[in-house]
Design a protein around this ligand. Sequence first.
Ligand code: UDP
Ligand code: MG
Length: 312
Amino acid sequence: MTKVSLLIPAYNEEKVLVLLYQRIKAIIDSLSQYDWEILFINDGSKDNTLAVLNSLRNQDERINILDLSRNYGKEVAMLAGFDYVRGDGVIILDADLQDPPELIPQMLNFWEQGYDDVYAKRNSRKGETFFKKKTSQWFYKILQKSTKIPIQLNTGDFRLLDRKCVEALKQIRESNRYTKGMFSWIGYNKKEILFDRDPRAAGETKWNYLKLFSLAIEGITSFTTRPLRISTVFGGIISFFSFLYAIYMLYDTFIYGNDVKGYPSLLVIILFLGGIQLLSLGIMGEYIARIFIETKNRPTYFARSYNGDKII
Ligand code: UDP
Ligand code: MG
């Protein structure tokens, strides 16, 4: 029997898990031609998530639980999931029911037709603020413009992956992860399906703007070095004009004899150059920081237990 796994990262989701389980159960019980696994990754939750998961596992042996040693963030939690998941097909799902499990049959359909990555694209983003929608739109525009790999717009991690995609993703061990980019980067046959994203069923979002901003920086710096180019180009243009201006100044001084004019323009130029230099340094710093972290080559995560058994 074909094994299909649901991979669900969960961080402080005690309020929604039972509801989630009921919704999932209704779907997977109706698809009895598959051998189901529900793998929860407890990403260092500080509430009763683990206890709730354990009691669910007592009711349903299709549930497996991987307990991470601390909170690593969703991106790393998903990698841990790829390492432990068993299915021939793997469906990544948010715990908060923003990704409707009702889409699963449709995903399986396309998978059976031979697609390797069936991803769900959002039609609408109910329950999200105008500002969040706009900023995420801008981010994707910038990312799209600056990398050569096509990154799917309005697409989250909600998707069905064939085993070969999972094996590919497992090999990408970097600890600064931008999984959404990796899905595109590994290639394989992709298929898009559309859905309306629901508001969170219960509990709170784990993202604030600061976290989203750092995910955005992650997305850009891990998939393109174009920003480094931007600072080179800017530097070049500015140097060129400064050179012209210097010639003009020399000419002005020698021909007309210059008294102390131009204090304001001087200040403007100095400030402008200072700004550009800081920006370029910042951009370089972002990349160097990543080199630093990746060269340490630390394990990406540690897990405490799998289904209650200690992991050594
Ligand atoms: N999540 C996680 N670790 C974290 C933050 C979030 O595993 O540090 C999980 C969370 O439990 C949920 C999914 O990632 O299943 C998406 O999180 P959330 O709903 O907070 O993000 P949003 O939908 O607001 O983008
Ligand atoms: Mg959510």
